[in-house]
Design a protein around this ligand. Structure first.
Ligand code: TRP
Length: 348
């Protein structure tokens, strides 16, 4: 099943429903590129802190993610849905790589830095696994020897680290071979989508998301109560378009550019109310999500297909991982048992 196409590795941590931020920041690229590349879509369950106390939630979230992916049209026939922990080679490679990545290098990673601040506020001891997770992400990308990593903007520092590690590993152990391609990052059309509440980021933990699984009514209700221009009290007041989440969403999700431009002009001039602009936005988002809802209903009625997508993809992921680890062990020189001349005569 491995092919001559170049490979994509990307993924998410299974922490619940995927939302419009995931879609515009990354998923859209995955859908567009899925036939051009051989794709490994990873559900990175080793990297979820809920493991410490809520394994049930992790287990459910793995299926939630798969269901969201199937709903948006990531074809599990052409690509591989891989559950990370079911391919323990990810853990093994993480451990080897952790010898070649310094703590200082991790501390300069802005994503980790931000998350570290969060964690320290909540826990009195940061789990060791927390330091491992960017290393593990490097291992994830190197595992299928990926060429391209389409992700949201917040993940870019991890890919930069992966590039360094790939170059270094090739230099140290590759001889004349390139064991790992140096992967490129690809950031989505909307690198960072604002939240419904105007917060800089749409995020589950902030409760400001539109989820891909939301019903028509949910979407409409959420859009109608969305944060817009706080300086504008009446529909006849001239409003602000720049920096207004309502228009950022129109730009991101309404394909009718003429309508969007007309709204912007009238908004600036105080000739349209928020309600009319919001109604049109709710419609545009619902039009986008409707085909996802139909596919979702199909898979909800056929849950064995979700399981099969995960089982088949994970199987391919495992085979590829075994190939890669054979290359890695050979390159590092871990062939202790190959032949006794490797250790005979004993060192004095
Ligand atoms: N850290 C990513 C997230 O939180 C998920 C992820 C894990 C990932 N491993 C990856 C993304 C490798 C891209 C490549 O969404």
């Amino acid at each position: 099943m491995t092919s001559e196409r170049k490979r994509i590795l990307t993924g998410v941590r299974p922490t619940g429903a995927l939302h419009l931020g995931h879609y515009a920041g990354a998923l859209e690229n995955w859908i567009r590129l899925q036939h051009e590349y051989e794709c490994y879509f990873l559900i990175a369950d080793y990297q979820v802190s809920d493991y410490a106390n809520d394994i049930e939630r992790v287990r459910r979230s793995v299926f939630d993610v798969a269901l969201d992916w199937l709903s948006v049209g990531l074809d599990p026939e052409g690509s591989h849905y891989v559950i990370e922990s079911q391919v323990p080679e990810h853990a093994e490679l993480t451990l080897w790589l952790s010898w070649w990545i310094g703590l200082g290098r991790l501390e300069r990673n802005p994503t980790l830095k931000a998350e570290m601040a969060d964690v320290e506020a909540k826990l009195d001891a940061v789990p060791v696994a927390f330091f491992n997770y960017p290393v593990m992400q490097v291992a994830n990308i190197l595992m299928p020897r990926a060429h391209l990593v389409p992700v949201g903007e917040d993940q870019a520092p991890h890919i930069e680290l992966t590039r360094e590690v790939a170059r270094r590993f090739n230099r140290m152990f590759g001889g004349d071979r390139e064991i790992f391609p140096v992967p490129e990052a690809m950031i989505g059309r909307v690198p960072r989508l604002v939240g419904l509440d105007g917060n800089a980021k749409m995020s589950k933990s902030l409760g400001n998301t539109i989820d891909l699984r939301d019903s028509t009514e949910d979407v409409t209700r959420k859009v109608m109560s969305m944060y817009t221009d706080p300086t504008r009290l009446r529909a006849t007041d001239p409003g602000h378009v720049e920096g207004n989440p309502l228009f950022m969403y129109h730009d991101a999700f309404n394909p009718d550019v003429a309508q969007v431009n007309d709204f912007k002009e009238r908004y600036l001039a105080g000739r349209v109310g928020d309600v009319e602009v919001k109604r049109a936005l709710a419609k545009a988002i619902n039009d986008l999500l409707e085909p996802f809802r139909e596919r979702r209903a199909y898979y909800l009625a056929n849950p064995q297909l979700v399981r099969e997508a995960l089982a088949a993809g994970t199987e391919v992921g495992r085979r590829t991982a075994q190939e890669t680890m054979a290359l890695v062990r050979d390159a590092i020189g871990l062939d202790y048992l190959a032949d006794h001349s490797r250790w005979w005569p004993p060192s004095s």
